[in-house]
Design a protein around this ligand. Structure first.
Ligand SMILES: NC(=O)c1ccc[n+]([C@@H]2O[C@H](COP(=O)([O-])OP(=O)(O)OC[C@H]3O[C@@H](n4cnc5c(N)ncnc54)[C@H](O)[C@@H]3O)[C@@H](O)[C@H]2O)c1
Ligand SMILES: O=C(O)C(=O)C[C@@H](O)[C@H](O)[C@H](O)COP(=O)(O)O
Ligand SMILES: [Zn+2]
Length: 373
């Protein structure tokens, strides 16, 4: 087992990474959460595949367990879903010493975390992520929340989990498209802060995508370590943490423009990374070779490398809703080199729209998500 610490003082917690950890969840949570009542938040797909294993382990350790499923899909990451969960908490008579355990991908984790942050003004929260994306990114760092139709994650909180238990075996049932989407965030993490990981992806990315155990262990641990290092320095995104948003200014706008239905989050981030590199060529003098290397990783994984066409005015409106913006200025995270990036608040929006036009202009449809081909 690999253990990564998130050093946040009285909110510090461990991330435990290994095969088969789900069946040890009960003993691991025994000293972690305050009371003995747990609500597992999950969805039908994950519950059918992995729910019973988690429940058995928790019950064996003496916990009383209730389970509530939420509907699957990004369009259910919304406030009405949280409202239904409040009812479930009341029905299960959860109190201030009870805990919410998120079993699922980033959507379950973000929604369940927001529930835990707000029910009775905050109860214990544990992340048990089951997608590659949630294991390398969303289960760590405490960003929880839901979307608004006008913008991604507009409603939310910073609320750290008490523990993150990553059972890499759960990825064995993950559809290939979801593995690829998670890989989008892996490329992001490598590009923003880990040149050795970037080089590893260039030589061994295919091993990660076919879920080779050793490659997977390395990538999950490396990504958690990089993210923990950033979060430790700037938990609530007053500055540095925004680098974790590399590719997201474009990616979130794309998700909003397509109604959260067409692209997986990691897919939107992947094409957003290419746009960020292109923009960085103009703004920071990023060598074109870096953009090519990023594009190669994106394309080799079967992730989208082009934007679909939308009028510039629609892009402008979507970009204007980004939470990183200051007054009327859109903020961009741009790479200066592999492993380094900067938060910029003075980039010309016109230039960004030009890059978008270029990236949507060459689209031949071949790398769009299967559902829109
Ligand atoms: N909080 C953060 O820091 C953070 C970071 C990155 C992304 N996010 C958010 O995460 C969300 C995306 O998360 P995601 O990519 O995990 O998507 P997801 O939660 O929708 O999961 C993807 C799909 O895989 C299924 N699934 C989950 N685990 C499975 C398993 N083991 N076997 C089979 N199927 C399984 C799910 O039911 C779903 O259909 C987005 O809303 C994004 O904004 C949050
Ligand atoms: O943890 C962070 O900080 C991130 O930015 C990680 C992102 O991958 C993630 O998509 C996050 O949910 C984006 O947050 P937002 O504040 O830009 O909505
Ligand atoms: Zn993301």
């Amino acid at each position: 087992m690999t253990r990564v610490e998130v050093g946040l003082g009285d909110r510090a917690y461990p991330i435990e990474i290994g095969a088969g950890l789900l069946s040890q969840a009960g003993e691991r949570l025994a000293g972690t959460v305050r009371g003995n009542k747990i609500l597992i938040v999950t969805n039908a797909i994950v519950n059918n595949l992995w729910g019973e294993k988690l429940r058995q382990s928790l019950k064996k350790a003496g916990f009383s367990v209730a389970t509530k499923e939420i509907p699957d899909g990004e369009d259910h990451k919304r406030i009405e879903t949280v409202a239904a969960l409040y009812d479930a908490c009341v029905e299960a008579r959860l109190n201030r010493t009870s805990a919410v355990v998120a079993l699922g991908g980033g959507i379950v984790g973000d929604v369940a975390g927001f529930l835990a942050a707000t029910y009775m003004r905050g109860i214990d929260f544990v992340q048990v992520p089951t997608t590659l994306l949630s294991q390398v990114d969303s289960s760590v760092g405490g960003k929880v929340g839901v979307n608004h139709r006008e913008g991604k994650n507009l409603i939310g909180a910073f609320y750290q989990p008490k523990r993150v238990i990553i059972d890499t075996d759960t990825l064995s049932t993950l559809p290939a498209r979801e593995v690829r989407a998670g890989y989008g965030e892996v490329i992001k993490t490598a590009l923003l802060g880990d040149p050795a990981l970037f080089a590893f992806l260039e030589t061994s990315g295919a091993d990660v995508l076919r879920l080779d155990a050793a490659a997977l262990r390395r990538v999950v641990a490396d990504c958690c370590r990089t993210k923990a290092g950033v979060v430790e320095q700037d938990e609530r995104e007053s500055g540095l943490r925004a680098i974790l948003n590399l590719g997201h200014t474009f990616g979130h706008a794309l998700e909003t423009l397509t109604g959260y239905q067409t692209y997986r989050h990691g897919e939107a981030v992947a094409v957003g990374l290419i746009a960020a590199c292109r923009l960085a060529e103009f703004v920071l003098g990023l060598p074109e070779t870096v953009t090519s290397r990023v594009r190669n990783l994106v394309k080799a994984a079967g992730l989208p490398a082009h934007f679909p066409a939308f009028p510039a005015e629609d892009w402008r409106k979507a970009l204007a809703m980004d939470k990183k913006n200051r007054d009327d200025q859109v903020t961009f995270i741009l790479p200066g080199a592999i492993g380094q990036c900067r938060v910029l608040t003075d980039v010309s929006l016109g230039l960004a729209l030009q890059v978008i036009e270029e990236i949507q202009g060459v689209c031949d449809g071949s790398d769009e998500p299967a559902e829109v081909r």
